[in-house]
Structure formats: C-alpha cells, structure tokens
Design a protein around this ligand. Structure first.
Ligand code: HEM
Length: 130
C-alpha cells in the first residue's frame, strides 16, 4: 500500500472516536503556554470538528485533490490573521503523531513515517503562507 492509502485508512480508524480530537488538543495545548493561550476564547467542540476536516483536507491534497481549502487555511493562519508562528507547526505535527499512536490499533513505525510524508506538503503550504 502507498503512504497516502495507509494514512487515509489510519485516519479512518482514528476518527471512529471523538476522543481522538479531544486528546489531540490536550497534547497540542500542553506543548506550550503560547499555544494554549491561542485557544482561550475558542469553542473547542466546534474547533475539533473543524480540525477533523482540516486533517482530511491535508490527506486529500496528498492524494491529488485541489489545495484551494488549504490555501484558505494558510491565509487565516498567516501573520495578518491568527498570526500562527511557523515553528508551532512542528508542535502541531508532533501532537498529531502522538495522538495517532495512542488511537490507531494498527500503528507501526512505518505508519508514522507514512503520516509524516503525507502531512508534509499540506503543513508546508499552510506554514509557507505566513
Ligand atoms: C483555526 C486547521 C495549525 C491555531 C483553524 C481551523 C482549521 C484549522 C480547519 C478553522 C478554520 C479557520 O479558522 O480558518 C489547522 C491545520 C493546521 C493548523 C490543518 C496544521 C497544518 C495551527 C497551529 C496553531 C493553530 C500550529 C497554533 C496555535 C488556530 C487558531 C484557530 C485555528 C487559534 C482559530 C480558533 C478560533 O476560532 O478561536 N485551524 N490548523 N492552528 N487554528 Fe489551526
């Protein structure tokens, strides 16, 4: 199986439980106070749904779909809008991989590398719009 198929199926297993997104934000917000502060006024229940979609967009772009929605995320996250620091994306990715490891019963080191390679173009695009 190629990396995008592996990740597509892994994400399907992860999304079966809403706790995946609860745990993701717990891990992500624990990675720094600066990040936690960004979500002080956020409706986290809505945010978890938006993220569910955002991760799917990254996977679909890696599978060849249009990157229009990711370019919109690049715009909302850039210095003129949410002002998300480029280095925070590494924490975002680490929190996501940690959550996949905790939730996907079929997790392997090979799958981790597949996730890294599939996330890279989407993260680079959003971060690159800073
Ligand atoms: C909002 C996805 C990285 C902070 C959003 C939204 C999505 C999203 C789908 C809602 C749509 C929007 O407002 O444009 C992603 C993806 C990321 C990422 C896919 C990784 C590639 C980050 C990082 C931070 C962050 C690293 C750092 C703190 C925020 C904030 C909001 C937001 C503060 C607005 C929350 C609110 O409405 O109160 N993100 N995000 N995001 N994201 Fe991200």
């Amino acid at each position: 199986m190629n990396p995008t198929d592996l990740v597509f199926q892994s994400y399907g297993r992860c999304c079966r439980k809403d706790e995946f997104f609860v745990d993701f934000y717990d891990f992500f917000m624990s990675s720094s106070d600066a990040i936690r502060n960004r979500f002080l006024n956020t409706d986290m229940s809505a945010q978890r749904h938006l993220l569910r979609n955002g991760v799917m967009q990254i996977i679909l772009v890696a599978r060849g779909m249009s990157d229009r929605k990711l370019r919109d995320l690049g715009e909302s996250h850039n210095r003129h809008n949410y002002n998300i620091q480029p280095e925070w994306y590494d924490l975002w990715q680490e929190a996501l991989l940690k959550t996949v490891r905790a939730h996907d019963p079929e997790y392997t080191p090979e799958l981790r590398e597949a996730w890294r390679s599939v996330l890279k173009p989407g993260i680079d695009l959003i971060r690159g719009a800073y």
